[in-house]
Design a protein around this ligand. Structure first.
Ligand SMILES: [Fe+2]
Length: 336
């Protein structure tokens, strides 16, 4: 009898401790200043405390080596290839959530429900306001036209942002057309690929480049930069082109989240992911980092509407990730 009560009591305790986690551990590729506002708001609402491990690379290797002993509950990444790498190594739990299904459209949720996109960013074409006629560029395919020789600048092709863009072109036009496009693009370079996205806008301002590739949030971070006024000039010299608006739509990339396979706090972790897709959290994405909402019921608001709205490419984001190795092959072939 005593043993029975003891077993009952201890299983009750286990149930209680597992269903009322008051601390969650996050492994994050997202930078601290971009994550903190979300955690502060959620902690205020729920009293849940977060412990965050910020990583710049090697998350998959770390989770693999930690195995079942990992402390990770929630995984947050930027760029589609980084979250799918974790899925491919079988490091994520399946998430099943009506809230997420109601908030986020299918093409932004993993087909096996291993992750969900939490924000989107458009990789746009930036052009010199004074030296380029915007009307000459309507499609990303246009950048391979000989008329733009010595005008285009980008960061290295193998950077995940460019690789995902090329991968989207493979997904729509096929490998051979994408290869021809990449060859033409490289022929039009004004300089060897270098620097980050902001460095391309700086080169527009200095006159070295006329046409560049850039993620929309960098444009916002430059335009409203109150610490480095120089960057405002880079943004002001640059016009944004949302491309392929008359056909498939503008290529987008995502930041995403999932739950660690060995998390002991899946329920609470899922609640947090669900909250990240809610109206309140989706607004924080645009306020702090000029990103676009994934929630289909929410329209972009605030400063990001200043550079216009656009039609986004609705291709399943998983397809883009699947074509990433082929994109890298083309990047190596053409020397981007
Ligand atoms: Fe970035």
């Amino acid at each position: 009898m005593f043993l029975k009560i003891f077993v009952l009591m201890s299983s009750l305790l286990i149930m209680l401790s597992s269903s009322f986690a008051n601390e969650l551990n996050i492994y994050s590729y997202r930078k601290p200043f971009l994550l903190k506002p979300f955690l502060d708001e959620y902690s205020k609402q729920t009293k849940i405390k977060f412990n965050v491990l910020h990583l710049k690379k090697g998350m998959a290797q770390r989770l693999l080596s930690e195995g079942k002993n990992t402390k990770a509950d929630i995984i947050l990444t930027v760029d589609i290839s980084r979250i799918t790498e974790l899925k491919d190594y079988n490091l994520l739990k399946s998430i099943s959530s009506q809230v997420i299904n109601n908030n986020v459209p299918d093409h932004l949720v993993d087909s096996d429900n291993k992750w969900v996109a939490l924000s989107t960013r458009a990789r746009i074409i930036g052009v010199s306001k004074s030296r380029v006629n915007k009307d000459e560029i309507k499609r990303i395919e246009d950048l391979a036209k000989p008329q733009f020789k010595n005008k285009i600048c980008t960061r290295k092709g193998s950077h995940p942002y460019n690789r995902a863009l090329l991968s989207s072109i493979i997904s729509h036009n096929g490998y051979n057309q994408a290869l021809i496009w990449a060859k033409g693009l490289v022929k039009n370079f004004a300089r060897k690929p270098q620097g980050n996205d902001r460095a391309q806008a700086k080169a527009i301002f200095s006159g070295e480049c006329d046409i560049v590739l850039m993620n929309t949030y960098y444009f916002g971070m430059m335009k409203f930069n109150t610490k480095n006024f120089e960057q405002q000039k880079w943004a002001d010299a640059t016009d944004i082109i949302f491309f392929n608006q008359n056909d498939r739509g503008q290529h987008i990339n995502v930041s995403a989240g999932g739950i660690s396979k060995h998390s002991k706090n899946s329920k609470e972790s899922l609640k947090f992911l669900e909250w990240l897709t809610s109206e309140k959290a989706q607004k924080i994405y645009s306020e702090i980092n000029y990103e676009y909402p994934v929630n289909k019921n929410i329209k972009p608001s605030g400063k990001i509407t200043m550079w216009g709205s656009f039609k986004s490419d609705k291709i399943d984001i998983t397809t883009i990730s699947e074509n990433t190795p082929k994109a890298q092959e083309i990047i190596d072939k053409v020397g981007w």
